[in-house]
Unconditional design. Structure first.
Length: 96
């Protein structure tokens, strides 16, 4: 799947595409405005990619202190790009 297909799925489908891992499902839900569903998928893990998404979610929610904490756990610096650009960067990094 490519980024464009993922974005189309968010707009057109009522459920994430079959076979998506939890991190990509979280990003799919976040893009649909389902922040709590996205957060549930990444909050109880220590994997760097999930921590990156966790940080992004808190950044979007306006909780910069928590976002900074999770960026550090993901070995990332707090980005200076828009939410949209960061979302695309994360999705692109995680798509096979």
């Amino acid at each position: 799947m490519k980024l464009e297909e993922f974005q189309t799925s968010v707009k057109q489908d009522s459920k994430p595409p079959v076979g998506l891992n939890a991190p990509l499902q979280a990003l799919w839900h976040e893009r649909r405005g389902e922040w709590h569903e996205a957060h549930k998928l990444v909050k109880d893990t220590e994997a760097p990619n999930e921590n990156w998404i966790h940080a992004y979610l808190h950044r979007v929610a306006g909780d910069q202190d928590k976002a900074n904490y999770w960026y550090s756990r993901a070995n990332k610096v707090t980005p200076k790009v828009s939410y949209e650009e960061e979302w695309k960067q994360i999705v692109s990094a995680l798509l096979p």
